[in-house]
Design a protein around this ligand. Structure first.
Ligand SMILES: Cc1ncc(COP(=O)(O)O)c(C=O)c1O
Length: 386
């Protein structure tokens, strides 16, 4: 069935559309209406953590839906306790609390609010080239002016360069900031990795100045880099850690993970849908799969292999990232390369800007999948006649 684009009422356009309709998916592949398979190296913006339609996630979710999918947060929901506990154990944040919500932006908004309630301060320090979401507060924390409307102009937010300490230190020493927010690996900004030294120094300056450190692990977290959180490579801890994307393998869910000394007063945070039974059941199943199938070790192994192989390729100027969060920068505009990968080689990829391929495959991506991608890419780069 062809998509009818002539209907009167249309969805508001979000993102440039690839001319393709996906009908079903399994593991690392999606299938169009002619049952053509495509290798998914993007996971719908890093959302498909454990593979499409993973049977354990599907069965747990269906079972839950048949029992109860939703009731409000006015009752005890044991699934939230189970999930928070499992998340604490797997991430190493065993004494933190968890506030569940529905999207990455919401997780960050709530982190800002908590930091401000806790410190009594109003300002937020954020890094240039960051992306933290599109709601009013989070979009104020990005310096991409094309995303910000006048209503988002907000003097509480200030930008400082990535991987650079002097301006950051000067700002935080004013003690006017409730929080510094940063992605340990900038995703939308083009897969830029914060150095361990930068993360360690940021942690120390935040502690010294009474500023809360919000680590936005929405894209880089949940095992994607080979550790549960990317910042754990630097041996530091955040005061607030935000997660979303892969947490429920595609069901809308997010979480703000909160240090034990930040104890919110009742009513400071709230949500209708956040932490509902259905999303919790899916999220518990996701953690079980990550653990049982050793997906973090897999992400580290396959990611390291991919990065090494990609580094030597024609036209590649830089390969950045960790595990299965990879940016491949080329010496040319990659628009046509991505089109060829999709329509000739049947491979989905993402992008960041004009020159960088962004690879965020499911964490069950195997060496065979990697070989398939590499040989397709080599073939296209060898021809390079477009
Ligand atoms: C690092 C980061 N933070 C926040 C967000 C916003 O998440 P959501 O689109 O679920 O609101 C994103 C989304 O791409 C992201 O990559």
């Amino acid at each position: 069935m062809k998509l009818n684009l002539d209907r009167l009422v249309k969805p508001f356009p979000v993102f440039e559309k690839l001319d393709i309709q996906i009908e079903r998916a399994a593991g690392c592949f999606v299938y169009d209406q002619q049952q053509q398979a495509y290798l998914d190296m993007y996971g719908g913006h890093a959302v498909i953590a454990v593979g499409h339609t993973h049977p354990h996630v599907v069965n747990s979710t269906l079972r839950q839906l048949n029992n109860i999918g939703f009731y409000s947060n006015t009752i005890y929901n044991d699934l939230q306790y189970q999930l928070a506990n499992q998340l604490g154990l797997m991430s190493g944040y065993t004494d933190y609390a968890v506030f569940f919500s529905n999207s990455g932006a919401e997780a960050n908004e709530n982190a800002f609010k908590l930091a401000s309630f806790f410190t009594g301060r109003a300002k937020v320090l954020t890094l240039s080239n960051a992306f933290h979401g599109r709601t009013s507060g989070t979009v104020s924390a990005t310096d991409n002016t094309s995303l910000r409307a006048r209503v988002n102009d907000n003097s509480h937010y200030f930008f400082t360069p990535f991987n650079e300490l002097s301006s950051l230190r000067k700002q935080l020493e004013t003690k006017a900031y409730c929080a510094l927010i940063m992605e340990p690996i900038q995703g939308v900004g083009g897969i830029h990795v914060a150095t361990d030294a930068f993360l360690q120094e940021v942690r120390a300056i935040c502690t010294k100045t009474g500023t809360l450190l919000i680590l936005d692990e929405i894209q880089s977290g949940y095992g994607r880099t080979g550790k549960f959180f990317a910042h754990q490579y630097a041996g530091i801890k955040g005061d607030l850690i935000t997660v979303a994307k892969g947490i429920a393998n595609g069901l809308p869910m997010a979480a703000t993970i909160i240090a034990p000394d930040i104890s919110p007063a009742m009513g400071q945070l709230g949500t209708t849908f956040g932490g509902n039974h259905l999303a919790c059941a899916a999220a518990i199943a996701v953690l079980e799969v990550i653990h049982n199938e050793k997906l973090m070790a897999n992400a580290a192994e396959v990611g390291t292999f991919l990065m090494k192989e990609l580094s030597g390729m024609t036209g590649v100027t830089e390969v950045r990232g960790k595990g299965l969060m990879i940016g491949v920068e080329f010496d040319m505009d990659i628009c046509q390369l991505r089109q060829k990968l999709l329509f000739d080689e049947k491979i989905f990829t993402g992008y960041a800007g004009v020159y960088t391929l962004r690879l965020l495959p499911p964490l069950c991506f195997t060496m065979e999948h990697a070989q398939l991608f590499l040989s397709s890419l080599k073939k296209l780069l060898g021809k390079n006649k477009w």
